[in-house]
Design a protein around this ligand. Structure first.
Ligand SMILES: C[S@@+](CC[C@H](N)C(=O)[O-])C[C@H]1O[C@@H](n2cnc3c(N)ncnc32)[C@H](O)[C@@H]1O
Length: 305
């Protein structure tokens, strides 16, 4: 594993590059013939010269195949489908929270999420975005010519540190109901930081608050098989002198001791709903991910009464 307790990154390195990976999928979906979601900011965010090398690496990892191998195109499309379905789900979550009168949102590990700029937020909504300083700086600089629809408050802090303090200092009001989102995050946090994240969300949530979490159900055997496929491809690419340093599995903390996210919130008095990502894909007319993928993800939403 390539992680240390207090490691740090920018948008082009380590965990930062995973934000590029998912934004690349949103850009591809947006440019497709019949897109499920429209993220017009994804393309400019991933197209800067600073990300030239990262784009090549992450698309190679995604596909898990040589550039001219048809399996690679199929696998890349699976990834795009999954990201489209997940974005669609959490976009709808925020729309429902806004319709219920919530005017404060916190996107933890926001990465290149452009929801503050592209969702139809009611007037008076504030969106707090938590991520590492350089990741948030990159997004603000790249989108400098665009105006967010909500009031956007960046909160540059590591989620392994005292992020509630930083959030409060950025203006967060714990007396108001909030819609929280943790999308594409949990495996990148140590188990203790995940627990602390949930404890703080619980403590900072007024009555009527909501939370949404992408829960990663990892199949250890399938993950090993995916790693083996990648190792073969990596060796070939390295022999050609290509950079293969990007591998999200290297960036994951192990799952040991992690509670089920839905159960955690249910135990703490939230009303929880769980949506299976494959079933959601089918509902939306998208091919669910192939069985050999190492994930059986769920989308958890919960409401505090
Ligand atoms: C896969 S990306 C997901 C980004 C965004 N949520 C999305 O779905 O587009 C993971 C993000 O988590 C952020 N992240 C991971 N660990 C973090 C930590 N300890 N503190 C702050 N941000 C973190 C990374 O910087 C990166 O932007």
């Amino acid at each position: 594993m390539a992680r240390t307790a207090d490691d740090s990154w920018d948008i082009a390195t380590s965990v930062g590059a995973t934000a590029v990976m998912v934004a690349l999928a949103r850009a591809a979906e947006t440019a497709s013939a019949d897109p499920l979601i429209r993220d017009q900011f994804a393309e400019p965010l991933v197209s800067t010269p600073a990300l030239d090398g990262v784009r090549e690496q992450v698309t190679a990892w995604w596909a898990g195949a040589e550039d001219d191998d048809p399996d690679g195109a199929v696998r890349a499309q699976e990834m795009i489908n999954y990201q489209a379905v997940r974005t669609h789900f959490f976009d709808a979550y925020f729309a429902a929270a806004a319709a219920a009168g919530i005017r404060q949102a916190v996107i933890v590990a926001a990465g290149l999420d452009s929801r503050a700029y592209r969702l139809d937020w009611p007037a008076g909504t504030t969106v707090y975005e938590i991520d590492l300083p350089k990741v948030l700086e990159y997004k603000a600089e790249t989108l400098a010519g665009s105006t967010p629809i909500a009031v956007r408050r960046p909160v540059p802090v590591d989620l392994r540190h005292d992020w509630p303090k930083a959030l409060r200092e950025a203006g967060y009001d714990a007396s108001q109901p909030t819609a929280w989102l943790a999308e594409g995050l949990l495996p990148f946090l140590p188990a203790a930081a995940q627990e602390a994240l949930f404890v703080s969300i619980d403590a900072l949530s007024a009555s009527g608050s909501r939370v949404a979490v992408e829960n990663f159900g990892v199949d250890v055997d399938k993950r090993r098989e995916a790693e083996e496929r990648w190792a073969e491809l990596k060796a070939k690419r390295e022999a050609r002198g290509q950079d293969t340093s990007f591998n999200p599995f290297d960036l994951w903390f192990e799952d040991e001791g992690r509670p089920d996210c839905g159960e955690w919130f249910a135990t703490h008095g939230w009303t929880v709903q769980t949506v299976n990502a494959r079933e959601e894909a089918t509902r939306l007319g998208r091919e669910p991910q192939n069985d050999d993928r190492p994930f059986a993800n769920t989308f958890i939403t919960a409401t505090r009464g």
